[in-house]
Design a protein around this ligand. Structure first.
Ligand code: FE
Ligand code: CA
Length: 508
């Protein structure tokens, strides 16, 4: 047995906690070069705590042998770990890919904490995170989506790190399950498209080998939700582009969801306490802003005007089924949860972070041709949400979206244009992926008067900053094909929280 640089009693305690399971044989892992090669992460902050994450791996990011391994964690008020405020031991289990999620409470609000893990004779990099302030007067958050490993460098994270946000909000397509052989590549997946648990796990491990992505996780708390590529492009609940029946697709989706959880700083209390994984949740930034993280994939109604089990992002041309009153993007339970949350809202800013384009996007002059995969495929569900956003309790709602590899700023309206503006949508471009083909969105500015800005030529992310009066959002562009690229401002969106019902201002 090897000597451990950390507390022996904690190891013994952790071993006792393993109960009847075989005790870990540490000598089998002695050859491991860096069990913390995938880094550390924190997320889902509250005023009194957060969740800490790591995952132990073998050489070259390969899974460890199938035995449980104790992992000791330390949380300190200073970077040198002189003032340690929490310690404990978690068990990294093979059935969870040796991932560890430590959920902490009872900490002080508005404070920076440093954390690290010890296991297998190694110590992790020191992570940094922050609790939500009790009296928040500002919030800076970076919003990102769509990072394709092969199609771009993740250098935008360097710019994000320099901006020092309070939170990084990832609204989906964190991984891509799919290669695009026709597009110019900067690097290779080195593996086939994943379809099972091992394949999805390996894809996340590959992603975390990117130093810029890993550093962004180490330095800031993240709030994540998924879109489709975490499982399969364009899937809707259990319908999918390949038309696979539910008995084939459901286990594949469950494997993809499990791998997602194993690699993200998500609270296990939320995820595991229900029969199906739950990702939708609220995080409130004091009395300044509420953030609702929505799941726009798991509970969707079936795709309109499609065959059973089939969901593809096709153009819906005069599809009457699309307009069905019972159609929902969020599903009944999530809709009810969000309706309750919005009815009790009181903060200047109400942020709704979610995967796909929310505003209508008419693709031609008929006004009845739309992409199936966006909220346009579910207009009744969108109308219900707009009604809730228009309640007096909700002051300035801002929908934060991704998915379509282009930047957009949209006025959100109910019904006809004369009823005033309910809120604003900001769509971030891909952090690293191909731009959409020319003409994909038709003559957008002619057919959609509520679209105030669109740019379909650049990758990047959005940096939002708000205080009680003012929100400023920079749409930051960066060329993901160039490893030495630097970011610059493509446009700036400003909104005054006291000017309810007035549109945001966009300055190029
Ligand atoms: Fe995408
Ligand atoms: Ca997507």
């Amino acid at each position: 047995m090897h000597d451990f640089p950390w507390h022996r009693r904690a190891v013994l305690g952790a071993m006792a906690a393993l109960g009847t399971q075989a005790l870990p044989r540490f000598d089998a892992f002695a050859a491991v070069s860096d069990p913390f090669a995938l880094g550390v992460a924190s997320g889902d902050p509250a005023a009194d705590g957060f969740v800490l994450w790591t995952r132990l791996v073998g050489p070259a990011g390969a899974p460890l042998p199938p035995r449980a391994v104790p992992v000791r964690f330390e949380v300190a008020e200073d970077e040198a770990f002189h003032r340690i405020v929490r310690t404990g031991t978690a068990i990294a289990r093979p059935e969870a890919a040796h991932s560890v999620h430590v959920e902490l409470g009872g900490l002080r609000p508005g404070r920076t904490y440093w954390y690290r893990f010890h296991s297998l004779s190694a110590t992790s990099p020191v992570g940094r995170t922050k609790t939500v302030p009790a009296n928040a007067d500002r919030l800076r958050l970076a919003m990102t989506s769509c990072q394709h490993w092969e199609l771009g460098w993740f250098r935008a994270y360097r710019d994000m790190i320099a901006a020092a946000p309070d939170l990084i909000v990832q609204v989906g397509d964190y991984i891509y399950e799919q290669a695009y052989p026709d597009q110019p590549k900067v690097r290779s997946f080195g593996a086939a498209d994943p379809t099972d648990l091992d394949g999805y796990r390996a894809r996340y491990a590959l992603y975390r080998s990117d130093p810029d992505l890993r550093e962004a996780h180490r330095l800031f708390p993240w709030l994540v939700t998924w879109d489709d590529h975490e499982v399969l492009n364009d899937y809707a609940a259990l319908a999918n582009r390949e038309g696979l029946p539910p008995d084939v697709f459901a286990p594949r989706r469950a494997a993809a969801y499990q791998a997602y959880f194993e690699h993200m700083p998500i609270r296990p209390s939320l995820w595991r306490s229900r029969p199906a994984p739950r990702l939708f949740r609220g995080v409130d930034w004091g009395e300044l802003a509420s953030l609702s993280m929505l799941d726009t994939r798991q509970y969707r109604s079936a795709a309109a005007c499609a065959k059973p089990y089939v969901a593809r992002n096709v153009k819906l041309d005069h599809c009457a089924e699309r307009l069905g009153a019972g159609r929902s993007m969020l599903g009944d339970v999530q809709e009810a949860w969000l309706a309750d949350r919005l009815s009790r809202e009181r903060r200047p800013w109400t942020l709704l972070a979610q995967g796909v384009f929310f505003a209508p996007l008419a693709l031609d002059g008929t006004g009845d041709t739309f992409w199936a995969d966006q909220w346009d495929g579910y207009p009744a569900g969108r109308d219900r949400l707009l009604d809730q956003m228009a309640q007096p309790s909700v002051n300035c709602p801002v929908v934060l979206s991704g998915d379509i590899h282009s930047f957009w700023v949209n006025d959100l309206r109910r019904g006809d244009a004369h009823r005033g503006i309910v809120g604003t949508e900001i769509v971030t471009s891909a952090l690293a992926a191909q731009s959409p083909p020319q003409g994909r969105f038709g003559d957008v500015l002619t057919n959609n008067s509520h679209i105030r800005f669109s740019d379909v030529d650049h990758t990047g992310y959005v940096l939002l900053e708000m205080d009680r009066q003012r929100m400023t959002a920079q749409l930051r562009r960066i060329d993901a094909h160039r490893p030495d690229a630097r970011a610059s401002v493509l446009a700036t969106v400003t909104q005054d929280s006291r000017a309810k019902g007035h549109p945001a201002t966009v300055t190029p």
